[in-house]
Design a protein around this ligand. Sequence first.
Ligand code: AMP
Length: 283
Amino acid sequence: MIILKTIADTQKLLAHSKDNGKVIGFVPTMGALHQGHISLVEQAKKDADLVVVSIFVNPTQFNDPKDLEKYPITIDADTQKLIAAGVDVLFLPSVAEMYPTEASRLMDYDLGYIDTVLEAAARPGHFRGVALVVKKLLDIVQPHKLYMGQKDYQQLQVVRKLIADFELGTELIPCPIIREPDGLAMSSRNVRLTGEYRQVATELSQTLYKLKEDMAILPLTEAKLAAQKHLNSHPLIDVVYLETVNGHTLAPVNDVNQAPNIAALLAARVGGVHLLDNIILKP
Ligand code: AMP
């Protein structure tokens, strides 16, 4: 695996590969890698000739400086995992490389409705930071295919819009959520779930599974209310949102016939850790 730290070196190497007709698959990450990330790499290995992974803890997407400070950094272990997974290129830029000036941290781009609801409402500015860094990374790597996880459902819709609005010419490949054996969605933040909170966190996925089951026998609003009530009654879970939404627009949906695709999106704080999960209710 080749490790590159500068934009210039990365562009040079990838331009050469493209000239040789190689299909480039790209997996952007913030490191602290787990099997969820590796599943994206595995999918990219199947589709592409050259797999590029980036590790960059992007400061512009953290609305809470404490969250950024606490973000786990495990570069050596990550590097070993990526070598074992057969990654060809690791792009490992510094903050100064990605954001050389104050102005380079700004992006005058309006994501519209999806940047006003759910995770966007809970973390103002978060998706602008995501859009900014993904646009920069896509301009550098110019991959044929981009692999991202459905775990971050709203982020996927943000990136889908970004690619369409800027005509970035990359194919977005959404990959399914990888979970721990007890159902907890894998996340780099899970290492911060200490003691009983780790067990409590399994309530999130269990509630989503139950919501999906209930949907077969109850009207959607009732199934959703039961799920909200269940989580709200838990003393150690602080629900940020649990909503049933149109799978593309993320507008709220209260009836199964209201939208062609429906997903339930959930965020909750457990032991001070912001956790996300979701389930597709109508594919
Ligand atoms: P992150 O390092 O958290 O920015 O995540 C990098 C990529 O990995 C994003 O596209 C995430 O959606 C994806 N990802 C994170 N956790 C999982 C998971 N449990 N299953 C599938 N993809 C994931």
